[in-house]
Design a protein around this ligand. Structure first.
Ligand SMILES: Cc1cc2nc3c(=O)[nH]c(=O)nc-3n(C[C@H](O)[C@H](O)[C@H](O)COP(=O)(O)OP(=O)(O)OC[C@H]3O[C@@H](n4cnc5c(N)ncnc54)[C@H](O)[C@@H]3O)c2cc1C
Length: 329
């Protein structure tokens, strides 16, 4: 009997357990694997696989774990790439899925170049055509149009997948053991050509990955010092902070915080937009959010028509009031 084809989910650096982002992607991948006979595998770097992590992975339908064991706090992207590429070449997984995190986007982009295969970014839906043996990857082109992408001639099929809450309960055989393939991360840092890669990340504290609430600042904030007030509010709400292109162009925020067509796409439970007009290029980035609230002095701003709640007022006044009210709780 031929070996079961593998479908991988990339987890990257993991602590004692995994976040909703990876968990939901695993659930999604598990149902794809169940229907199409793939073996669900998880790739991760961690110091050791804790009991909690082991159980969570099993509950998410994982059958095999590729585990980079590292004594260091972090395993660099370079090292991850050096280890993962030969394993992919040997095991030839059919599909590799990545969460839309900084590391997922980064590693997937480099793998697609190194393995000369296609990569579909920001997929919102995945299906598998077992007749043709193709992953059908759906992503948005703009607010009203979607496109389905296939990579018929190259393998593996790579996709980054937007975080969406999936509540699944999978039927798991409790006696089944996870297959674990362990590699030791080298002690020395990589000297391969990946070393020249520079990764700029926004301060993890305000990163919007895995955040239930994201605050987005626009040009309407008026100045960088006003934008900085959003971080105070974010602290009180444990929220991430994103920005519009105009806010980035005006120097209020970093490019890595850009949300929209040219930046990142978020799917938090709550998104609050402060002084943002709602250009179509920006709306693409927030339309997967479950609840949208807007603060704008202009009730006719396009963003207001997509919102569940609107405060029509001066944005900086509202931010100060919210900070004051939340600080006194
Ligand atoms: C090819 C291309 C790609 C693009 N990609 C992106 C992208 O990925 N992401 C993105 O965001 N944009 C993108 N843009 C730019 C986009 O078209 C808009 O220019 C941008 O989103 C506008 O940013 P903004 O809403 O912050 O600013 P503005 O459009 O200037 O809106 C400011 C808003 O703040 C309100 N306001 C002003 N003062 C106050 C106040 N005191 N109190 C309350 N409200 C106030 C105003 O009523 C207004 O609605 C792209 C454009 C192009 C051409």
């Amino acid at each position: 009997m031929s070996k079961r084809a593998e479908c991988w989910v990339y987890g990257g650096i993991i602590g004692s357990t995994i976040h909703d982002c990876e968990k939901n992607l695993l659930y999604k991948a598990a149902s794809l694997c169940e229907e199409n006979g793939f073996k669900l595998c998880f790739f991760l770097c961690t110091k050791n696989i804790s009991e909690e992590l082991y159980d969570v992975l099993k509950q998410c339908g994982v059958k095999k774990v590729y585990f980079i064991k590292s004594g260091h706090a972090r395993v660099s992207y370079n090292t991850q790439l050096e280890i993962i590429i030969p394993i992919i070449q040997k095991e030839q997984p059919e599909i590799i899925l990545f969460p839309c995190t900084d590391s997922g986007r980064f590693i997937s982009a480099y793998l697609s170049v190194k393995l000369q295969t296609g990569l579909t970014a920001d997929c919102i839906q995945l299906e598998y055509d077992s007749g043709e043996g193709q992953l059908l990857q759906t992503r948005r082109v703009n607010m009203s149009e979607m496109v389905q992408v296939v990579t018929p001639n190259r393998r593996p099929q790579l996709a980054t997948v937007l975080f969406q809450k999936v509540y699944e309960s999978l039927l798991i055989d409790p006696s089944e053991r996870l297959e674990i393939v362990e590699k030791e991360a080298p002690l020395e840092e990589s000297s391969t050509p990946y070393s020249d890669l520079q990764v700029q990340c926004i301060s993890k504290k305000y990163s919007f990955i895995n955040k239930d609430i994201v605050l987005v600042g626009g040009a309407g904030l008026g100045s960088k010092s006003n934008f900085l007030q959003l971080y105070k509010l974010a602290d009180l709400l444990s929220a991430g902070v994103g920005a519009t292109r105009r806010a980035v162009d005006l120097g209020f925020a970093e490019k890595e915080q850009l949300i929209g067509m040219s930046g990142k796409i978020i799917s938090s439970q709550i998104c609050i937009e402060f002084g943002v007009s709602g250009a179509s290029q920006h709306l693409i980035g927030i339309e997967s959010c479950q609840n949208l609230y807007v603060v704008n002095k202009d009730e006719d701003a396009p963003i207001c028509s997509c919102a569940q709640g609107i405060i029509v007022n001066d944005v900086n006044e509202v931010i100060q009031t919210l900070i004051h009210e939340l600080s006194t709780i």
